[in-house]
Design a protein around this ligand. Structure first.
Ligand SMILES: [Zn+2]
Ligand SMILES: [Zn+2]
Length: 687
């Protein structure tokens, strides 16, 4: 049965990539979306599809503002620095956008205002008074990431706009429970102000139909259909924030960052159209017609791309995405990706600056696992994949074929294309095309490796090194076929390994860069007889053992440093529940009530307080990480719960003999306070 395929297509295809926040260095987590999208774009080109590839830097919203404030620079200075970093780094990884702008560009501001005004005109907006948290000590309103509190859906500690540690839901302003200021930790008080709402609830039926039919990966649409089932609330699209695009009609407010961020897909396409001097060309994608749009996103932004964005476009008459492809997240050495805990691999510092080939990283990211699964990055697996798959299977065949032919013939010898080998290539093209239609790049890579293995087997079974001593003409025929497979492989690997493809293409006697313009079907045409071969050299080289050890050490050092920096501090975010301990383990814990006799700041450490505690049997010195929440005098005289048989540990230069236990007390300010055991005399056994 022939499968129904979306690609190849005569329709033009626009591929977009979720925008990185221009607030920090690029790391491997980012590449989980950009690399597959770039490989996909190159594969579409190989299927002769007219394709445009855009993205840009996200420059608005609270993350940019909080980070720029903490650095004492303007939001624009911050985003310019990192926007330039992204702009320079993507091409180094052979990720080539047709346009890469920013959400602060004039085109994006204009397009956002045009769309919001269209909603106002079409009666999709209404004003409503809203209670939002305000921090008196910081003297500001606390939108989105300026506030933390409890998720109303799953009760896990969450940030203001998203349940980032729990259920992953988008949170509306005012929705979070027990809010506290994310900057200074103070409890907040509610203030009332008029905000503007988008009538998202009116789009429930439309979104259900749209998501049921949209192409792409199942993970994105299934999540979103689940949310719709629970019912959609209207969406507050304004923020009381001094950074962003002013809301038309109430300019003290700014437009929510998740309005103008995806609109950049449109304005980035407009910028591209201007660049190619066909200013109307963007309309072939965004105005209703034949153009198709494929959104590549991470699983963390499904809500924005499957709920908000389609409704936004529908309400203003734009074309919608025909496919949404959501990639799984990235783990580092088996751990959830976390900059704070040291589980991070920086693209420049840890990879490119070490002289590692960008192609290898592209290959790992695109070919390691299914697009929808989490990708576990480990240096050992990285080295294994490079050494065993790329070097031993692919590189080995290419080098043997070209090297041997160059040595004995110097050019493409006379021969006839073996029909069995041709059949293998036809199967490969078919399999690769199917995999493109499933957005499964691992299947493409597996098929490419299979052809390399076919090549190795062919070379091995024909034994040209023996044959050349007996029958040069027959040897030429064998090598002709080996080169035909090499040519096909150069075309097949180009989407994953663009630089290696250029090298092998050049060795086969072609203009190296023209490999990027080849089509999948060109793989069926053997190289022209008599074409001079260039001097061959291995295309892919093994990862050096010493370098590998160094790379592993970097992560392990980073994790050690991060955990040392965090010890002694009370983590405000809720960590995942640890492994179950036995009752015996539990009984080893000695918890006692203790009275805090004295409390003072630890010099030079904002978060640390040194406390003198009477635990009944003796007086102890302990160090707590509550300095950012309490003034010393607030803790003095308080009775709390202490872990008293914890091994002594140096924190902030002071030896701490025990630990104060802090829990969240549900008081009306929602503040975090240590357990108070006012009624208990010091030393009482609590567990
Ligand atoms: Zn504050
Ligand atoms: Zn939640």
């Amino acid at each position: 049965m022939t499968k129904l395929r979306n690609y190849p297509t005569k329709d033009p295809v626009l591929v977009t990539c979720g925008l990185p926040y221009a607030s920090g260095q690029m790391h491997i987590g980012h590449l989980r979306t950009y690399v597959p999208a770039d490989v996909f774009v190159r594969l579409l080109k190989k299927l002769q599809v007219d394709v445009t590839f855009v993205s840009g830097s996200d420059t608005h919203g609270t993350p940019i503002l909080t980070i720029s404030e903490s650095l004492g620079i303007s939001p624009k200075e911050l985003y310019t620095k990192y926007h330039n970093h992204y702009l320079e780094t993507f091409p180094k990884l052979n990720i080539n956008f047709d346009n890469y702008g920013t959400t602060d560009d004039k085109e994006n501001v204009d397009r956002t205002l045009q769309i919001v005004k269209e909603w106002q005109k079409n009666d999709y907006i209404y004003a409503k008074d809203l209670e939002t948290p305000y921090c008196d000590s910081c003297g500001r309103s606390l939108p989105d990431r300026f506030v933390r509190g409890t998720c109303p859906h799953c009760s896990v500690d969450a940030r203001g706009d998203e349940c980032d540690q729990g259920c992953g839901r988008y949170l509306e302003p005012g929705e979070i429970l027990n809010p506290r200021c994310a900057i200074c930790g103070s409890p907040t008080r509610p203030v009332t102000r008029t905000h503007y709402y988008f009538k998202l609830s009116e789009f429930e039926g439309f979104l259900k139909d749209y998501l049921t039919n949209v192409d792409g990966t199942k993970n994105a649409k299934n999540f979103a259909l689940g949310w719709i089932k629970e019912g959609l609330n209207d969406w507050c699209i304004t923020r009381d924030l001094e950074w962003g695009i002013p809301y038309p009609g109430d300019e003290d407010l700014t437009i929510y960052v998740w309005v103008d961020a995806p609109i950049h897909y449109i304005s980035s396409t407009e910028q591209w159209a201007k660049k190619i001097k066909k200013p109307k060309e963007w309309e072939k994608y965004w105005k209703p017609g034949n153009g198709r749009i494929v959104n590549y996103i991470g699983l963390d932004i499904v809500h924005h791309h499957c709920i908000f964005f389609p409704a936004m476009l529908k309400a203003s008459g734009y074309n919608l995405a025909s496919a949404i492809v959501a990639s799984g997240m990235v783990k580092i050495e088996g751990h959830n990706f976390s900059r704070g805990r040291g589980y991070v691999v920086w693209v420049i510092e840890d990879y490119l600056d070490r002289g590692l080939d960008p192609d290898y990283l592209r290959y790992y990211i695109a070919a390691y696992t299914s697009q929808t699964k989490d990708l576990d990055f480990s240096w050992d697996t990285f080295a294994e994949k490079v050494n065993n798959e790329l070097v031993a299977t692919l590189g080995n065949f290419l080098y043997r074929a070209v090297h041997f032919t160059h040595k004995h013939f110097g050019e493409v010898p006379k021969g006839k294309f073996d029909s069995k080998l041709k059949k293998e290539l036809e199967t490969a093209i078919d399999t690769i095309t199917d995999a493109v239609n499933e957005y499964e790049l691992k299947k493409v890579a597996d098929e490419v490796l299979r052809i390399a293995a076919v090549g190795n087997e062919y070379f091995q079974s024909q034994q040209p090194w023996k044959l050349v001593k007996e029958d040069k003409k027959k040897t030429g025929e064998v090598l002709y076929n080996a080169l035909a497979l090499s040519k096909a492989l150069a075309i097949f690997i180009e989407p994953f390994l663009p630089s290696a493809a250029e090298t092998i293409w050049g060795q086969l006697g072609n203009d190296p860069t023209s490999v990027h313009e080849t089509l999948l079907k060109d793989a069926l045409i053997p190289p022209a007889i008599g074409v001079k071969l260039s001097k061959p050299a291995p295309v892919i080289s093994k990862i050096d053992e010493e370098l590998l050890a160094e790379l592993k050490q970097i992560i392990s050092d980073r994790v050690t440093t991060a955990s040392a920096a965090q010890s002694g501090e009370v983590e405000l975010k809720l960590a995942p529940i640890k492994d179950t301990i036995t009752f015996d383990d539990f009984q080893k814990i000695d918890l006692r009530a203790g009275k805090i006799l004295k409390c003072e700041k630890v010099k030079g450490k904002d978060r640390l307080l040194k406390i003198e505690v009477d635990i009944g049997t003796e007086k102890r010195t302990m160090v707590t990480g509550l300095g950012h929440l309490y003034k010393p005098e607030e803790l003095e005289g308080l009775t709390g719960l202490f872990l008293v048989n914890l091994e002594p540990k140096k924190i902030g230069g002071i030896e701490s003999h025990g630990m104060i236990l802090a829990v969240e007390r549900a008081d009306k300010e929602g503040a975090w306070v240590p357990v108070k055991l006012d009624e208990l005399p010091p030393g009482s056994k609590a567990a």
